[in-house]
Design a protein around this ligand. Structure first.
Ligand code: FUB
Length: 326
């Protein structure tokens, strides 16, 4: 078998990987995935099956090159504030440095978001001693905008605890809104110039339907669940995310980093496995979707593999829906 990854096939097979955040750094593709682990522990809606402990960074010189696994870039044992569950990460470049953003449970069992720094895109990354003050929940995604300002999008329901932070402090009894109430949105915060803290209190992102009304919590085909990603195309801001219970990757378009964003459609129909999580990147003049499924493990939800495929836009800027198995 060729070790050049083919579209819609696992990028690597020697470890289980998920939640790929792809970036072009130093002219190459770098992929920052979660590293799924095999274990005999429980599986539940709290996400206890996602017991990751470290991150490996992958890279490719281009899409006709083999994938390099750069080895362990950060381990939970080296993060003073974190206890377990190193979930979906992202990376950013600014100030001549590379920043790895990652969620993990803190010493009290609540998800927080931390940052670790390196001079090289593949790490190893040195973690800050504490999580980002004011951070909570999971799935950080960072956009460094054309003017140099950086924004972090984050948040996920259920195991990701977003519904427990609706008042700004952790409420263990926090529930999702009623089906006819507006859905919870992801959070966004501008980052400080040194990329290590929030420059402002996180705000909730609004996702609207075609009539300008907030998407409702009961609209599970379109409402935000987890896994935000932000990219720009044609001067517009594209917020994409997972719908969770309906297993779709969808997107909404806005005019600025804070939104509001108007729902536009489906990027990727459901994959094998419960979760779906992605990133979108332009590389050498084409656009690509990086995503995962559970095909490598024969469908075990917490043993996933990262894949990629080309992504196409229609002339009006909408995205052509992808069938992961066509
Ligand atoms: O990988 C653990 C969690 O599963 C991620 O944080 C979610 O986005 C989902 O993919």
């Amino acid at each position: 078998m060729s070790n050049i990854p083919q579209p819609k096939e696992p990028l690597v097979r020697h470890i289980y990987t998920a939640d790929p955040s792809a970036h072009v750094f130093e002219g190459k593709l770098y992929i920052y995935p979660s590293h799924d682990l095999e274990h005999d522990g429980p599986t539940n809606d709290n996400g206890d099956q996602y017991q990751m402990e470290d991150y490996h960074v992958l890279s490719m010189d281009d899409l006709n090159s083999p994938v390099i696994d750069h080895g362990e870039a950060l381990h939970v044992r080296d993060v003073p504030w974190a206890s377990k569950q190193m979930w979906a990460p992202d990376a950013a470049f600014k100030n001549g440095k590379y920043y790895l953003y990652f969620p993990a449970r803190d010493l009290e069992g609540n998800f927080r978001i931390g940052v670790a720094v390196s001079d090289k895109p593949a790490g190893p990354f040195k973690p800050e001693p504490n999580y980002i003050p004011g951070s909570f929940s999971i799935d950080p995604a960072v956009l460094v905008d054309d003017d140099g300002e950086a924004y972090m999008y984050f948040g996920g329901l259920w195991g990701g605890q977003l519904e427990k932070w609706q008042t700004g402090t952790f409420n263990p009894e926090g529930k999702e809104p009623a089906p006819d109430a507006p859905a919870l949105g992801p959070r966004v915060a501008r980052l400080s110039g040194d990329m290590l803290t929030f420059a402002e209190t996180p705000r909730e992102v609004q996702i609207l339907d075609e009539n300008g009304e907030p998407i409702k919590a009961g609209d599970e085909d379109r409402r935000y669940f987890e896994g935000p990603w932000m990219h720009k195309f044609g001067g517009k801001y594209y917020l994409s995310y997972s719908t969770g219970t309906t297993h779709k990757l969808v997107y909404a378009i806005g005019d600025n980093p804070y939104g509001p964003f108007t729902y536009k459609g489906v990027i990727l129909t459901p994959v094998i496995g419960w979760t779906t999580h992605h990133s979108i990147v332009e590389f050498q003049g084409k656009w690509y979707l990086f995503y995962h499924d559970a095909s490598l493990s024969g469908g075990v939800n917490h043993l996933r593999c990262v894949k990629y495929t080309e992504l196409h836009y229609n002339p009006d800027g909408t995205i052509v829906t992808i069938d992961p198995y066509a």
